[in-house]
Design a binder for this molecule. Structure first.
Ligand SMILES: Cc1ncc(C[n+]2csc(CCOP(=O)(O)OP(=O)(O)O)c2C)c(N)n1
Ligand SMILES: [Mg+2]
Length: 404
């Protein structure tokens, strides 16, 4: 698939990455002034992932962010003021000041599910969103992220398995930033590429340079469109580095200095600025205009957040239980008649494609030659699940229909 970007799109990617970084720098200053109410996490060095992946989505698509995905929220239409007021627990925030950290979303307009956990639970939730979208005929794709550490949890494996077996339109991005709190990735995962976990679930995967925003976007766009066409879920591993501690309280003294230096030389924003210059996609004046716009917008939103009130005490009693305030009507994009008899059956019917017996198989290397191959982002190839089984089905007595 040939995926290219127009000049304005290139500049937009820069705008979002730079805004992501500048906003987080502003929030660190607020944290030091004791104005941030909850924990504060950093996506320094990972901006190309949040921005490049979310940029591949359409407005109808859904995402669920983690703590290091502020860039994805900005791309999906949240403003710095939403993120500032939220972290300052102001009444003007998306949760009206009831939450002081990243737990907010927008089910109606921006299609963002509020984060519930860092450690994999969003995967089954987003699988459900993708399944609902397919039932309603919406042709949507659901996207979420997981850390290298998060891929070791049961929720991750259960969620990916569910998505695979349901052929859910889910794109899951593993942000391999080399650390899960103070545990280096090598101490908890025995494989070189976390994307290899996809093989266990028979789904395709990509590995991409997470500090190269254009590559991240291209791989994500290809994955999103493959999912939309009904091919089932896709895993993308983006290699990057967490350039700060786990959160503000963590000085990350356990990270070798040379490792920080290695990755600082590969900073995604510096690299992208050089790329824009070398490709003549901008000049000094264009850069200065975008930077000035970011500064102006951030200043306006900071003033708005600082001057916003805290929530009134009575609010504590409201919204604990939904009393009709969250009625959400299903957005049908297909005729309901397609889902009821006579167009569909109320009896569960499965086709049994083989009887599951042990058969002599070809050696993996030879088998790979015959199976479909899916190009990965870095040009490496991952064999798809052999579809040769279908051919073999002819040998089995009949293709039985099983009713339950
Ligand atoms: C059940 C549970 N255990 C521990 C934590 C604390 N915790 C939150 S994130 C995290 C590490 C996550 O590492 P990784 O998945 O690599 O993501 P990263 O922070 O590097 O982005 C831990 C231990 C938690 N939130 N929930
Ligand atoms: Mg990590």
């Amino acid at each position: 698939m040939k995926i290219s970007l127009r000049r304005e799109q290139h500049l937009e990617l820069y705008y979002y990455m730079k805004l992501n970084r500048a906003l987080e720098e502003q929030m660190v200053r607020l944290f030091r002034q004791n104005k941030i109410v909850g924990g504060l996490y950093s996506s320094l060095g990972q901006e190309a992932i949040s921005v490049g992946t979310a940029y591949a989505l359409e407005p109808r698509d859904w995402l669920a962010p983690m703590i290091r995905n502020i860039g994805a929220l900005l791309v999906k239409g949240f403003k710095p003021r939403d993120i500032l007021t939220q972290h300052m627990a102001k009444y003007t925030s998306p949760t009206l000041g009831k939450d002081g950290t990243s737990h907010f979303g927008d089910l109606k307009v921006r299609h963002v599910v509020s984060p519930i956990s860092m450690l994999g639970d969003l995967i089954p939730v987003m699988t459900g969103i993708a399944m609902a979208g397919s039932y309603l005929g919406q042709k949507i794709v659901a996207m979420t992220w997981i850390g290298d550490g998060g891929t070791s949890t049961g929720a991750f494996h259960e969620g990916i398995n569910l998505a695979a077996v349901q052929k859910a339109a889910l794109v899951c991005i593993i942000e391999n930033n080399q650390w899960a709190y103070s545990t280096p990735v090598r101490r908890q995962v025995p494989t070189q590429d976390l994307a290899d976990r996809a093989k266990a679930y028979g789904i395709p995967s990509y590995v991409v340079d997470g500090n190269d925003v254009v590559s991240v976007y291209q791989v994500s766009k290809e994955a999103v469109e493959r999912c939309r066409s009904g091919q089932g879920p896709i895993l993308i591993e983006a290699k990057t580095m967490r350039m700060k501690g786990h959160a503000q309280h963590d000085a990350a003294e356990y990270v070798p200095k040379a490792m920080f230096e290695y990755w600082k030389a590969r900073d995604p924003l510096d690299r992208y600025e050089k790329h824009l210059t070398a490709s003549k996609l901008w000049d000094a004046q264009t850069k200065a205009e975008i930077d000035a716009r970011i500064e102006r917008e951030l200043q306006e939103d900071l003033e708005f957040a600082e001057s916003s009130p805290l929530p009134p005490p009575e609010l504590v009693e409201q919204g604990v239980y939904c009393e009709g305030c969250h009625t959400i009507e299903p957005d049908w994009r297909r005729p309901k008649e397609e889902l009821v008899p006579p167009k569909s059956s109320v009896a569960a019917v499965w086709e049994v494609e083989d009887f599951g017996a042990f058969e002599k198989r070809e050696e993996p290397a030879a088998a790979a030659k015959h199976s479909t191959v899916l190009a990965s982002g870095d040009g490496r190839r991952h064999p798809a699940q052999p579809s040769a089984r279908k051919g073999k089905a002819a040998k089995t007595p009949t293709r039985n229909k099983v009713r339950r």
